[in-house]
Design a protein around this ligand. Structure first.
Ligand SMILES: [Zn+2]
Length: 348
């Protein structure tokens, strides 16, 4: 009797080895070329281009049979979460437009939910986060978040900032991971923990979308076991010209376990060179850990790991275009992130 019970349990929880499964290269390419195309005008938050990108991501999540996590009412769910923000002419980033509340210039790590007041003379705009959920099996109440921002800088001075690396590459990674998780689910292979895929807008204006998300989450934050965030994973920085098979993993003291999980997942799959590139939280002059959406999770005590390939000559320029992405290496990094998520979603 006992033996039968044990067999049943191990059958229920044992997962097949999928360490050789990769994220689709053709899907990654398709998503990057669409998101970074002229027709989306640089996906600036609050513009038509951003909304078109949101519709595109929504459609992809729906086609991947994800569950819409935001509640419209007691019956209907939505893949989209809309938030308000104000735009003002505060020059923070080299004279570019930025976002905030009236003339308040805030540091990213001091962001609070954005108050909207009747006296606010700034223009009120809308941004959207897009998210989809796959429900796990025996540990389904524990949720692995996989995130990226899909917005970029839009059009400035009559020129489109395409944002192929920043961050069509990360958005494509998340969308392609969702498609892979779906195809595994079709074969009866589901993660033990649930996985929530989230694509933020408002990142370029100060992590606005992720800030709103953590204060208005569709699930209680204490169910989130981690955030794996992807921002700029499609290029090769100067230090790695000759050794392009690399990825930076950046975290803080809370994320050490996650980093280990990523290292094991990497060894068993794509075998990239992983390092922190001197971007340790405390000593990094570039302050990378504070500069993308995972920081809003880390602030809430949720372990976060940031995947990036770093900066390059086209960073935040109109020339960050889809033809310059290193797709072969993007595929390896996307596979690393998938394998990390899968490991974290299934380990004891
Ligand atoms: Zn970015």
């Amino acid at each position: 009797m006992l033996i039968i019970v044990i067999t049943t349990l191990s059958q229920a929880y044992a997962q097949p080895d999928i360490s050789q499964v990769s994220v689709s290269s053709s899907l990654l390419r398709k998503h990057v070329f669409f998101l970074a195309s002229d027709s989306l005008s640089g996906r600036e938050t609050g513009t038509k281009g951003q909304l078109q990108a949101a519709f595109y991501c929504t459609r992809e999540f729906r086609e991947s049979h994800l569950i819409a996590p935001f509640r419209l009412d007691s019956i209907r769910g939505s893949f989209r979460q809309t938030f308000h923000f104000t735009i003002s002419e505060v020059a923070l980033f080299g004279g570019m437009r930025t976002y905030g509340t009236n003339s308040t210039t805030y540091k990213r790590h001091e962001l609070v939910p954005i108050p909207l007041t009747a006296t606010d003379s700034s223009k009120v705009l809308l941004g959207d986060n897009v998210s989809g959920l796959i429900i796990g099996t025996d540990l389904k109440k524990e949720v692995v978040v996989v995130s990226a921002h899909y917005d970029h800088l839009g059009r400035v001075g009559g020129r489109t900032f395409h944002g192929a690396d920043d961050n069509a590459s990360g958005t494509a990674t998340v969308l392609s991971m969702a498609a892979l998780v779906d195809s595994l689910a079709q074969q009866g292979i589901r993660p033990r923990r649930s996985i929530l895929f989230v694509l933020f807008s408002g990142e370029e204006g100060g992590l606005l979308g992720s800030n709103y998300f953590v204060y208005n989450s569709p699930l209680p934050l204490n169910q989130f076991v981690c955030d794996l965030n992807v921002d700029m994973v499609g290029r090769i920085d100067d230090e790695h010209r000759k050794k392009p098979n690399y990825c930076y993993l950046i975290t803080d003291a809370q994320g050490k376990e996650l980093q280990k999980a990523a290292e094991v997942a990497n060894q068993q799959s794509v075998n990239l060179v992983l390092n922190r590139g001197g971007y340790d939280v405390e000593n990094d002059p570039k302050q990378y850990f504070y500069r993308s959406d995972h920081y809003n999770f880390a602030k809430q005590g949720i372990p976060a790991l940031f995947f990036t390939s770093g900066e390059h000559a086209d960073y935040q320029k109109p020339s960050d275009t889809a033809d310059k992405i290193a797709y072969e290496i993007l595929q390896k990094r996307a596979t690393l992130i998938f394998q990390t998520a899968w490991r974290v979603a299934n380990q004891e």
